[in-house]
Design a protein around this ligand. Structure first.
Ligand SMILES: [Zn+2]
Ligand SMILES: [Zn+2]
Length: 361
């Protein structure tokens, strides 16, 4: 491309967008759409391209592979502007992702979503804790599954009480590292949480996730999720779409993201960036919405084995690409800061701004 040949600019802009999307790990179909449009521009005589762009309405859209978004990019480039789409991408993803993600990862002090052999994890709590400590974390939150998730050996109230005793003992041995108590509690069909209130109240951090009836129609799923987010026990909304992006995969659950993220912002519930490679949940378009809605964020691994505790960087890449800054991330806090955040939030919901006293870990 040269400055004297502006007709090449639209194709260059389209290819630059494809590059940035690709680097940001956007879906291949999206990347391809821009490259296809660039090829269509290449194949069109420059004079013809300008003529089509001047036709109001469907001029450029008559070319193969050019849709609403790519048409706008071409028009703006032909007018000598940097297309708005490209400008936005350059602003949030123009920095090398690796650097931004590494910087974000370096601010994380712990992990708020992990499993042990108490439910469907592969290692005992002590092994997970030692691995987290060796990664440089100050703490992890133990979040095994709740009773209804029988396939994952969810913990009955009795077993959860026994786990709390084990964690208390473990903390004596591992100090200053801390294992905080928690749960990944199922969001039931009516939006209630699958564990006794008394236990949810005692736990340090509550991650609430949908694991059943993922194909519930959108309006119903929205009500279900909003009810769970409004529950004063909920601190973090886990893998909100439930999608699986590898193998046969699983589509995203349908819900109204503005309603759900609006509720998260209102109740101070963190939206989880789930770093598991097969989940990568929420997708970036939703994570951007959550950031715009003012939600806190938790960047967690959902590790089921020690090596998986090192997957946080993948979550940081997506978070960075979506404009998540350290001040939004609850696990950039130290353990006391995290407890204060969770406690204060619950206090606020109860109409009491004073942090409630927390049991010693
Ligand atoms: Zn889960
Ligand atoms: Zn989990």
């Amino acid at each position: 491309m040269t400055d004297t040949d502006p007709t090449l600019a639209p194709a260059a802009a389209l290819r630059r967008i494809a590059f940035l999307l690709e680097r940001g790990r956007e879906p291949t179909y999206k990347v391809r759409a821009f490259r296809r449009a660039a090829a269509a521009v290449d194949a069109t005589d420059p004079g013809e391209l300008a003529r089509l762009a001047a036709v109001p309405g469907a001029g450029l859209r008559g070319l193969p592979g050019i849709g609403e978004v790519t048409e706008r990019v071409i028009r703006e480039a032909l007018a000598g502007e940097v297309p708005v789409y490209l400008r936005r991408l350059e602003a949030i993803e123009g920095q090398p992702v690796a650097e931004g993600a590494a910087a974000l990862r370096a601010t994380l002090r712990g992990d708020c979503h992990i499993h042990s052999t108490w439910s469907d994890g592969g290692s005992p709590v002590a092994e997970m804790a030692e691995a987290a400590r060796d990664l440089g974390h100050d703490y992890l939150v133990l979040t095994d599954h709740s009773p209804r998730l029988t396939v994952a050996n969810g913990l009955s109230p009795e077993r959860l009480r026994a786990q709390l005793d084990e964690v208390a003992e473990l903390n004596q041995r591992l100090a200053p590292f801390r294992v905080l108590t928690g749960i990944e509690v199922d969001i039931l069909e009516d939006g209630s949480l699958d564990q006794e209130d008394e236990l949810l109240e005692r736990l340090d951090v509550v991650v609430a996730s949908v694991h059943s009836k993922l194909r519930t129609p959108g309006p119903e799923m929205t009500r279900r999720m909003v009810a769970a987010v409004a529950n004063p026990h909920t601190d973090i909304l886990g893998h909100c779409t439930g999608r699986i992006v590898v193998g046969r995969g699983r589509p995203e659950s349908e819900f109204d993201p503005e309603a759900v993220f609006g509720a998260c912002a209102e109740h101070g519930v963190a939206v989880e960036v789930n770093a598991r490679p097969e989940r990568q949940d929420p997708p970036k378009r939703l994570l951007r919405l959550a950031v715009e809605a003012g939600c806190p964020v938790a960047i967690d691994t959902d590790a089921h084995a020690p090596g998986q505790l090192d997957w946080q960087l993948g979550g940081c890449e997506r978070a960075f690409a979506c404009g998540v800054t350290p001040d939004l991330v609850v696990n950039t806090r130290d353990a006391d800061g995290l407890l204060e955040w969770a406690g204060r939030r619950r206090g606020q919901v109860a109409g009491n701004r004073v942090a409630r006293p927390r049991p010693a870990p």
